[in-house]
Design a protein around this ligand. Sequence first.
Ligand code: TYD
Length: 394
Amino acid sequence: MSFGQMPIANNFLNESDKKNEYFFEMAVGFCNNCKTFQLLENPEPEMMFNDTYAFFSGTSEYMKRHFKDFSEDLKQKYLQEIQDPFIVEIGCNDGIMINNFKELGFRHVGIEPSGNVADVAISRGINVLKSFFNAEITSSIEKDFGKADLITSANVICHIPDLNSVAENVSHLLSQNGVFVFEEPYLGAVIEKTSYDQIYDEHIYVFSAIGLRNSFSRHGLKLINLEPQLTHGGSMRYHFALEDSDHPISKNVEDIVNLELAQGLDKPETYEQFKENCEKSKSDLVKLLTKLKEQGKKVCGYAATSKSTTVLNYCDIDQELIEFISDTTPIKQGKLSPGKYIPIKKYEEFSAFDPDYAVLFAWNHEKEILAKEKDFSEKGGKWIKFVPTVHVNG
Ligand code: TYD
């Protein structure tokens, strides 16, 4: 399935950059061999993860709590018995997760290729190596710190094109009973909710347990546990360990794999249906926004997420239909949205504009946002949502 020409999702740009904007054809495919769902073509990682990366993990209070709980859980499950544990995080961003291990006084290293977000982590006293996760950095970490008791990551593994190299490097770096625990947006949720906006340049894969187990077992890693998460509209936390480690396999693995089989995540027909659902979602959203425009309603967007780049470009929605998008991230404000050039404005402009309708692009943060924006709803403002189907809520 092709979503058409797509820009870099987080490349919020100035007027003068428009003429040089990079586009690629965003098409997805399902591998009937390893059962992995993935982009067919992806831009070079350096185009996305560099010194002007616009995504700072710490923008959501909910996510801060989530990562605190995540690290606490990992400590309880895997680090209690270990003397002087060593933890590696792949893609530590501004340190939102690994900071919790630093606070506990644990030896740690965060690996982060995007210089600007890495600097935020460094300023918090976190040990950061500015690098992609590859064989060189793995060897140098092993040389300087030894093997890792815990390798963790959140919303990063799906960003790395060479999945085999990830598994290979992880299995080299793990100590005999070390664990690799990471979470990612979940394919089961994307299919169930038609949340096609989880697909963009950075998300080269949308993982399922079946697909990951197939891919990682080739490199001596066994899937020992699975824990569904509510974050990012439905994520999965995967626990892997070395094949010959002492870790038993939790019953959750079989239970969730069975659910995936029942959902048809291993079958091409499921993705044919997904394609049809995406096309309907697109046509419903465009029809709704066009109708509101004809009625003279004031419509803006809420949160200039990476996901919104897919929605706006796939549905061909520009400033004609959505006047601007408000967002709390300073680096995005004053810029234009990738590909469709809708202005991104400060959060304060949202209430100043007094919109009739707001498209909730950060639908995964709905609870936090709706609580914060009670005034908007009380004044009669309506939210436009497109997951799981296009609908309007007061
Ligand atoms: P997220 O869903 O994490 O984005 P992505 O699709 O890129 O993974 O949402 C983060 C973005 O949403 C970020 O640009 C900040 C913005 N945002 C707001 O503007 N207001 C809010 O209340 C929240 C929670 C996020």
